[in-house]
Design a protein around this ligand. Structure first.
Ligand code: NAP
Length: 259
């Protein structure tokens, strides 16, 4: 299906690896020019080159921490008026909430709630004025089914989700949609480090845990960043203008509810 976004511009945050990279690749395949960000410039430049070569679109790489004012400024300077915004950042660390002081909470809120809201604040009125905008926030399956040791993530991302639920209903009449993508287990560095965390806690090896987790998933595997990117590209398509305020769970069927 032609997604109707060829020639548009997307700002994809935290996109040198993993799910953000999957989104950037899928948008580039649809002919979207990109500004991509990450903190580390080496992997970011490598990803930018890979996407440019594969899809013949413009890719500008901006290194910086998107959870800081400086990082956001740099990203917005390179992409002052994008048609598409994909909000993403690293997730907070796992642990026991008794170990988390105020600073730990503020850091999680900054990264996974406030940074995406500030990016939206900077860009949404331009999208409304131009009568086209697609905003996708990468959150987590933990918004729907909390994961005990990821309490920082459960809290911060649920706050973002509540905010988006309200905002998304005010922008859609201007053809600006805001949706969330909720990853379950996807094969990325983040997932690998979570497996290591559990390996240390349980005494099982990371490989053993991987086998147990993939077998326990109804799909019998983890998701791929390409699958994730394709869902993102659909939410950014011209055809998806009537889809807003939604939380699309991608977890291979792991969430057991009817809805
Ligand atoms: P990943 O493979 O570790 O990739 C993270 C990407 O984001 C990298 O490009 C990283 O580059 C960049 N990044 C991280 N923090 C950043 C920051 N502060 N500013 C700018 N760029 C930043 O992680 P992932 O698995 O794709 O996860 C993406 C998001 O989805 C995370 O919030 C994660 O918690 C969430 N999630 C993932 C899964 C899963 O199964 N993979 C499941 C649920 C939720 P640099 O390190 O160079 O900055």
């Amino acid at each position: 299906m032609e997604l109707g976004i060829r020639g548009k511009t997307a700002l994809v945050c935290a996109a040198s690896k993993g799910l953000g990279k999957g989104c950037a690749q899928a948008l580039a395949r649809e002919g979207v020019n990109l500004v991509i960000t990450a903190r580390g410039s080496e992997a970011l430049e490598a990803t930018a080159a890979e996407i440019r070569n594969a899809f013949k679109v413009t890719v500008i790489a901006v290194s910086g921490d998107i959870t800081t004012a400086q990082g956001r400024e740099a990203a917005l300077k390179a992409a002052p008026a994008p048609d598409i915004l994909v909000n993403n950042a690293g997730g907070p660390p796992p642990g026991d909430f008794r170990e988390w002081d105020r600073d730990a909470w503020v850091k999680a809120l900054d990264a996974n709630m406030i940074a995406p809201i500030l990016m939206i604040r900077a860009l949404v009125d331009g999208m409304i004025a131009r009568k086209f905008g697609r905003i996708v926030n990468i959150t987590s399956a933990a918004v729907k089914a909390p994961i005990a040791e990821l309490g920082l993530s459960n809290g911060a991302r649920t706050g973002l989700t509540g905010f988006i639920a309200g905002l998304s209903r005010t922008t859609v009449r201007h053809n600006v949609t805001v949706n969330n993508l909720l990853p379950g287990p996807f094969e990325t560095d983040r997932l690998r480090s979570n497996l290591e965390f559990h390996a240390q806690k349980t005494g099982k090896s990371a490989d053993e845990l991987r086998k147990l987790r993939t077998e326990a998933n109804p799909a019998g595997r983890f998701g791929t960043i390409e699958e994730f990117g394709d869902a993102c590209a659909y939410l950014c398509s011209a055809q998806a203008g009537f889809v807003t305020g939604q939380n699309l769970l991608m977890d291979g069927g792991a969430y057991p509810g009817t809805f």
